[in-house]
Design a protein around this ligand. Structure first.
Ligand code: FMN
Length: 207
């Protein structure tokens, strides 16, 4: 079983990475494979609504991690996304990536997911809610913890001193591992996710 993690910070080894590392450790202790992606520091394109991904399930822009993550999601069993809090929301670069990832992807449904946020002081709940919406519109069960998954600190060193935040991340990792094992046991017992009936009405509210 494999979980993909995305570090949505321009700091490769900053606070977000520190928080994700606690989750990774717990997942690996539970014999879950992990793959960590980093959004990097280069400019990232937003979605231009070209619609090409409706046919290909990949994005026309190849310069960042979007298509790599989409390829990997074909085989991965879950995903965890971490962001630094920017103006009480997720980092804009990560939002661009998430828009394109979820608009293009057809391989997210029924895979557990979680969003975590770090901040110096405030806004983490809004950032987590923001990212969680990608999962809840995509039939993804949420892995949760004993508190909303946030850690505080202005840099990695400070964040590592947030003992309660670190505990929360570890519980999140353990709960994600447990969910994956339950789903795997379900598959072995022939319990499969419900299939889409294919007769969904598509209504735009124009009046
Ligand atoms: C553009 C920008 C906006 C920020 N907005 C907030 C904020 O709203 N609340 C907060 O507590 N910290 C804010 N911060 C601080 C970061 O969230 C904090 O330093 C975090 O630890 C950075 O994580 P990183 O090391 O993974 O990048 C902001 C930082 C930047 C660069």
């Amino acid at each position: 079983m494999k979980v993909i993690l995305i570090n949505g910070s321009p700091h490769e080894n900053g606070s977000t990475r520190a928080a994700l590392d606690d989750i990774i450790e717990e997942l690996q202790d539970n014999r879950i494979e992990t793959k960590l992606y980093w959004v990097g520091m280069k400019a990232v394109h937003g979605c231009i609504a070209c619609g090409k991904c409706n046919e290909t399930h990949r994005c026309i822009f190849n310069e960042d991690i979007v298509n790599e993550v989409l390829d990997d999601m074909d085989h991965a069993d879950g995903i965890i996304v971490g962001t630094p809090t920017y103006y009480a929301g997720a980092n804009g670069t990560l939002e661009c990536i998430m828009d394109r990832l979820f608009y293009a992807g057809n391989n997210f449904a029924h895979k557990p997911a979680a969003a975590i946020a770090v901040a110096r002081r405030a806004g983490t709940n809004a950032a987590i809610d923001d990212l969680t919406k990608y999962f809840t519109i995509s039939q993804m069960p949420l892995a949760t913890s004993v508190y909303w998954p946030m850690e505080f600190g202005g840099n990695a060193e400070q964040t590592r001193e947030d003992a309660e935040g670190r505990y929360v991340m570890k519980r999140l990792g353990a709960n994600m591992a447990w969910l994956l094992k339950c789903i795997d046991a379900g598959k072995k017992a022939d319990i499969r996710p419900p299939k889409d009936t294919g007769d969904r009405p598509w209504t735009n509210f124009i009046r």
